[in-house]
Design a protein around this ligand. Structure first.
Ligand SMILES: [Mn+2]
Length: 365
């Protein structure tokens, strides 16, 4: 029964890939999907996008016929689920089939709506893997090139920093993305050359394993320069930090400099090596908060005595215990924002982990 192919799916000749433009996971997911298209002789098109743009993106999906629509590394946005599903219904009625592979938080309603689409939709959501790992397992399980791309994505997405090529790709993506944002260009076209090389040649398409650098000398130079610049900006941002102890937890707020990602800033602030200021060593904070452009908040922790996901809830956000994001809103006065955040944190205890300070000895679960 499961091998039965309907008239509609047999007519599928093209693949439209929609993936997250924000990180290495989204990019490598798109590369694996592209490899799937090549392996099956399907015409391939890709749109790299971010949250907030679902309606225009899925409006173009609604015009497609006989197309395999593969969405990767994007969760369903709660506020646009009905619109997105409606647009997908139109595509399905025109012979399209939907495959959605993701690792973000989904509501039961969103899952039900996507699964209720016609033409046997596939929806795989698994929080234990990054999206590229899911794409590799579902689409290209016997492809060694995709397997390696998934490994690189895992290293970057889980912020392990064990694979040099993954670190370099993470920074390359930052270089390209910040450039696009500054110049107001199109993200998909800016990332397409890199994506195409990853899809056709895998990691070898972009990375020189012998010399441990990018094959493209221009990209290599840009990444090197970006890293120097980034380190300078992060050190400077640290100087303006604002510390306060709330419920026995040291909370440190830092303004996120332009051209630096929340993940990089958070990782920087959790490494004691980086906290030597004017000959003194600052302690690593229990909770690190970055305040970005437009009032975006990033939460990281220096140890397990705080729950970042619960902190995020207090600021209209969400995420994991070890890293999360939220929203403060536009602001002018950094000091005032800090005071405000400290007050909000002091009024709530849900973010304070019970097992603070001690180790887990005797803490049977
Ligand atoms: Mn991801």
């Amino acid at each position: 029964m499961s091998n039965h192919r309907t008239e509609k799916t047999r007519r599928i000749r093209s693949l439209l890939s929609i993936s997250h433009d924000k990180d290495v996971d989204g990019l490598t997911s798109a590369a694996i999907v592209w490899r799937y298209a090549m392996a099956h002789g399907l015409d391939h098109e890709v749109i790299l996008t971010d949250y907030g743009s679902f309606e225009p993106v899925f409006s173009t999906v609604a015009t497609r016929r006989n197309t395999l629509v593969v969405v990767t590394d994007l969760g369903m946005e709660d506020n646009s689920v009905d619109t997105v599903v409606q647009l997908l219904e139109r595509a399905v009625a025109q012979g399209c089939r939907v495959v959605w592979l993701d690792h973000h938080q989904w509501t039961p309603t969103a899952i039900k709506k996507v699964l209720s689409l016609g033409n046997r939709p596939v929806l795989k959501v698994n929080h234990d893997y990054c999206a590229a790992e899911i794409a590799f397992r579902v689409l290209m399980p016997r492809d060694a090139v995709s397997e390696e791309l998934a490994r690189v994505a895992h290293d970057s997405d889980f912020n392990l920093r064990e694979i040099e090529a993954a670190n370099a790709l993470t920074d390359a993506l930052s270089v390209i993305r910040f450039g696009v944002v500054d110049r107001g260009e199109d993200m998909t076209s800016a990332l397409l050359p890199l994506l195409s090389k990853l899809a056709h040649g895998g990691l070898d398409g972009v990375w020189d394993r012998e010399k441990d650098c990018f094959k493209d000398p221009v990209l290599e130079e840009r990444v090197k320069y970006y890293r120097k610049e980034k380190a300078k900006r992060m050190r400077k941002a640290l100087l303006g930090h604002c510390d306060h102890t709330v419920h026995g937890r040291l909370v440190r707020i830092v303004e996120l400099p332009r051209g630096v990602t929340t993940t990089d800033m958070g990782t920087f602030l959790c490494d004691p090596e980086n906290l030597k200021v004017d000959g003194k060593s600052l302690p690593v904070a229990d909770l690190v908060i970055t305040l970005g452009q437009g009032g975006k908040l990033g939460f990281r922790r220096g140890n397990e005595s705080v729950l970042c996901n619960m902190v995020a809830k207090l600021f209209n956000g969400g995420g994991h215990e070890y890293a999360a994001g939220g929203e403060y809103g536009s602001y002018e006065d950094f000091e005032a924002v800090c005071d405000d955040i400290f007050v909000t944190l002091s009024k709530d205890m849900s973010w304070v982990a019970p097992s603070a300070g001690g180790d887990s000895a005797g803490a049977d679960s």
